[in-house]
Ligand binder design. Structure first.
Ligand code: FAD
Length: 400
């Protein structure tokens, strides 16, 4: 039996930190936990920032619990006061305000920060990461101009949200295909068609040279008017605190299957963590990690062995799903159903009868079944002839 630690301190009150508190609460162990966040407000649903920008959700919709939520569970919440140092020998942390706190078990849930390209004029660009960024984007007036740099999930959602507010948006992407990490070329072409149809001017295979006062200039000399510039070119795990405390870090804070860092008294999880060489940028894996970590912190035996991730895009009217591998690899079989006139494309990648990846565009029927089949490495060979058309109906369910 593992002994429950005396005082749990959670650094970072974002989606991961808040989820861990809820999981601890479900196990009757939230009372006495200290939660510390750098942002001025309690945790909110970061995923919904895209919907807030697009006017499809309000700020009131995105809260994950007000201060009463914490107080009523006996959680001591500190906001707007980042942790700046960890003294591992004394088992204490120092906050920016000068406050000092001791811990029994420390949990790092410091998330990620937006990557900023080192371009002339880059200081004018706004990121797409937190509430303060959204406030700046929401200030853009209808009819004004904006350029979004980055054609991944976040860049597309930023461009869509601004376009919905009546802003004239151009999107610049370095690669020839949008969302190239989640889509193959065929699905990316359909997506580009749909995005262009929403009035967003696409500049693909284009590289930004500099940002000027009222425009951005591409390497080929093209000048695109931009009262607002949004940089959505990726994220980096926030490891500064862990690094300065001497914890093992690669791209993220290195953790083992018990979500422990190289110091057994310090755990890490969420976007700041690197597990078996992988860093995650979606909440699915973070929920798995939060469950396992809450078990471990409450003295139960549990391990986290990794997650498979699935992506959807929050652009209304665009049905898109991607999970597992998306490009053919040696030894893999590909099943494709394509109806370009209807804007439908469905591709499944199988290996030795098991589903390894799925890209669905225009018709995402069966996506949760595919996601589960990929995660569980299910043998799907008996449905091979119909699996590209949707989740197969298993005989017992058909009879029912
Ligand atoms: C616009 C947008 C849309 C998204 N859409 C999706 C989606 O559709 N689906 C999906 O799965 N994921 C989506 N994501 C990603 C998802 O939001 C993240 O995976 C998730 O928020 C990560 O949780 P986290 O707690 O690890 O990091 P965060 O939510 O970033 O929280 C980390 C917190 O720690 C704080 N912090 C950092 N350093 C310190 C310190 N030293 N002391 C105290 N506090 C500190 C930060 O200020 C932050 O509040 C989206 C993200 C964005 C920005």
């Amino acid at each position: 039996m593992i002994e429950a630690p005396s005082r749990i301190v959670v650094v970072g009150n974002g989606m991961a930190g808040q989820r861990l508190l809820a999981e601890l609460d479900a196990r009757g162990r939230a009372n006495g936990v200290l939660a510390i966040g750098a942002e001025p407000h309690p945790a909110y649903n970061r995923i919904l920032l895209s919907s807030v920008l697009a006017g499809e959700a309000t700020l009131a919709d995105i809260g994950l619990g007000d201060r009463d939520w914490y107080a009523s569970r006996g959680i001591d919440l500190v906001t707007g006061d980042p942790v700046v140092a960890i003294d591992r020998a004394a088992k204490t942390i120092a906050l920016a305000s000068g406050r000092c706190e001791s811990y029994g078990k420390l949990v790092l849930a410091t998330g990620s920060r937006a990557i900023r390209l080192n371009l002339p004029g880059a200081e004018r660009a706004v990121a797409f990461r937190d509430l303060s960024d959204i406030e700046r984007l929401r200030a853009a007036k209808a009819g004004s101009t904006a350029v979004v740099i980055g054609g991944g999930l976040l860049g597309l959602e930023a461009a869509y949200g601004l376009a919905k507010r009546g802003v004239r948006v151009a999107l610049v992407h370095l690669m020839d295909d949008l969302m190239e990490r989640q889509l193959d070329a065929a699905a990316a072409k359909l997506l580009a068609r749909e995005i262009s149809a929403r009035g967003i001017a696409l500049h693909l295979g284009a590289s930004t040279d500099r940002i000027e006062a009222d425009a951005i200039v591409l390497r080929d000399g093209t000048r695109i008017p931009a009262a607002l510039v949004v940089m959505a070119v990726g994220i980096m795990p926030e490891t500064a605190l862990a690094t300065s405390a001497g914890l093992g870090c690669g791209r993220g804070v290195r953790i083992d299957d018990t979500l422990r860092t190289t110091d057994p008294e310090i755990h890490a999880f969420g976007e700041c963590a690197e597990h078996r060489g992988a860093c995650f940028g979606l909440v699915g894996p973070i929920w798995d990690q939060a469950r396992a970590l809450a078990d471990i912190l409450t003295g139960r035996a549990a391990t986290y062995e990794g997650s498979s991730v699935a992506t959807t895009l929050k652009v209304s009217g665009v049905a898109l799903f991607s999970a597992g591998i998306v490009r053919e690899a040696p030894g893999a079989e590909t099943l494709v159903f394509s109806d370009p006139a209807q804007g439908v494309y469905r591709k499944l990648i199988l290996r030795e009868g098991r589903l390894e990846g799925a890209v669905l565009y225009g018709d995402t029927d069966g996506s949760s079944w595919y996601a589960a089949a990929i995660a569980e490495r299910r043998d799907v060979s008996r449905w091979r002839d119909r699996i590209a058309f949707g989740a197969p109906v298993e005989p017992s369910k058909r009879a029912a």
